[in-house]
Design a binder for this molecule. Sequence first.
Ligand code: NAD
Length: 276
Amino acid sequence: MSIPTVSFHDGNTIPQLGYGVFLVPPEDTERAVSEALEVGYRHIDTAAIYRNEKGVGAAIAASGIPRDELFVTTKLWNNRQSGDQPHAAIDESLQKLGLEYVDLYLIHWPAPARANYVNAWEKLVAIREAGQARSIGVSNFLVPHLEEIIAATGVTPVANQIELHPAYQRRDLTDWADAHDVRIESWGPLGQGKYDLFGIPAIADAAGAHGVSPAQVVLRWHLQHGFIVFPKSVRRERLEENIDVFGFELTEAEIAAIDGLDRPDGRVGSTADEVN
Ligand code: NAD
C-alpha cells in the first residue's frame, strides 16, 4: 500500500492519509493502532486529551516499524497553553508515546477566552528548535488567530487541522491556507457519522459509478482537494476500506457535485469560541 505524501513549507512531508484515534478508548488503543499498522497505516493522529497516547506508543513499540517510517501527531490541550506549561506537556506526551520526538505538534484549540495561544505558539517554536517536534502547527484556528500568531513570531504553522467534510467546507480557511502555504487537515472527514452523508445522491452515485463505498468517495474527495485525512474506525474491515482509496479517481464533475454540498449549517462539532 503506497500512500502519497504532502509537503509542508518547512521541508518535511506527511502521509496524506492516516489513522485518527479520537474516542478510541485507552484500553482498546494498542489493539486498534496495532491493527491499523498491520493494515498499512503509517500516520497516527492522537492528542493529550484523548488519553490514549500510551496505547499508541505501545502499538508503535510492538510493531518494530522503524521510527522514520512513522508519522505521529499529538496536540497540546487548552489547559497547558500558559507560561512554560507547553514544555511540560510535550515532555509528558513524549514519555507516554515512548518517543523522542513527534512529527507534528499542534495547538489543539485557540481557546480564546484563555488568551494564551500566542504564548503557546512561541513555546511550540522552541519545542521544534529543541527537536521534540519535527513540525509545528495548529488546530481549529480561524483566520484572525492565525494572523495573530504569525505577526507575533514570524513563524507560520505548517498545518491547520479543522472540521471539514462535504456539508462544511470552510472555504474562508482553505483559501487562506492556500495563500499562505499552510496544509489543511480535515477532522471529522466523514462528518463523524452525524448526518446521512452516504445517502446524498452526489456521493452515492459516484460510489456506484466507481464500484466503491460512499465513505471511499468522501475520502477521495478530500484527497483530490489536497487535504490530509485520518478517518477513525475500530473495525478492521473499515480500516481496510478507508485506506483502499488510491485505485480510483473522481471526475471533475463528481468533485464539483460534492463541492456543491457545502451548507452554512453543516457543522457537526464545536466552534473555536466555544472550546476553552
Ligand atoms: P470521522 O469523520 O472520521 O468519523 C468517524 C466515524 O465514522 C466512526 O466512528 C465510524 O462510525 C464512521 N466510519 C469510519 N469509517 C467508516 C466507513 N468506512 N464506513 C462507514 N462509516 C465509517 O470523525 P472523527 O473520528 O471525529 O475524525 C477523525 C480524526 O480527526 C479523529 O480520530 C481525530 O484524530 C481527529 N479529530 C480532531 C479534532 C480536533 O479538534 N483537532 C476533533 C475531532 C477529531
